[in-house]
Design a protein around this ligand. Structure first.
Ligand code: FEO
Length: 176
């Protein structure tokens, strides 16, 4: 029976496994951003809360893209379990530091999937991943710019209020 299931997909076992790991990581991203949104909401940073609510939604879309891809390829898509979400943060700045750190981690994870695709000559999945490589470039850019606001504006006085104002205005201009 196991072999029959395997015959239905051209995904190699290692690629399928690592894609399911990515499903988990994207689900984790969504939950982490949701926790950050809630913290910002509780602490009066309304724009940042909206920023993270949107990020959480986007990450869920990423998760579904991976999930659907595995299923569409005849693979076994595994519904992810997400646990140990950090709910409290020491500061407004810490949230943005963690967000950038997380996006870098996601980019590295996608690079590792590309490596696995090349190893198994899985050009279809490698092609599927192109969209994510571009997306990560954009996400890392936004997270980096957001964190830079803390140094550019400073946190003294109305600083944090100003940072919160600017966060949703960050725009990534795609290279022509
Ligand atoms: Fe889908 Fe921002 O990683």
């Amino acid at each position: 029976m196991k072999d029959l299931v395997r015959l239905k997909t051209s995904l190699k076992e290692e690629v399928e496994h690592i894609l399911n790991e990515q499903v988990k990581l994207e689900a984790l991203s969504s939950s982490r951003y949701l926790a950050m949104a809630a913290w910002c909401d509780r602490n009066g940073f309304d724009n940042s809360a909206n920023f993270f609510y949107e990020q959480a939604e986007e990450e869920r879309t990423h998760m579904l893209k991976f999930f659907k891809y595995i299923a569409d390829m005849g693979g076994r898509a595994v519904s992810p379990e997400v646990t140990n979400i950090k709910l409290e943060f020491d500061s407004f700045r810490e949230i943005f530091e963690l967000a950038l750190e997380h996006e870098v981690q996601v980019s590295q994870a996608i690079h590792r999937i590309v490596d696995a695709c090349r190893k198994h000559q899985d050009y279809t999945t490698e092609n599927f991943l192109q969209w994510f490589l571009t997306e990560q470039m954009e996400e890392e850019y936004i997270a980096r710019r957001a964190l830079e606001l803390f140094d550019v504006i400073g946190e003294e006085g109305v600083g944090r209020f100003m940072i919160d104002q600017q966060v949703t205005k960050i725009n990534y201009e795609k290279p022509a």
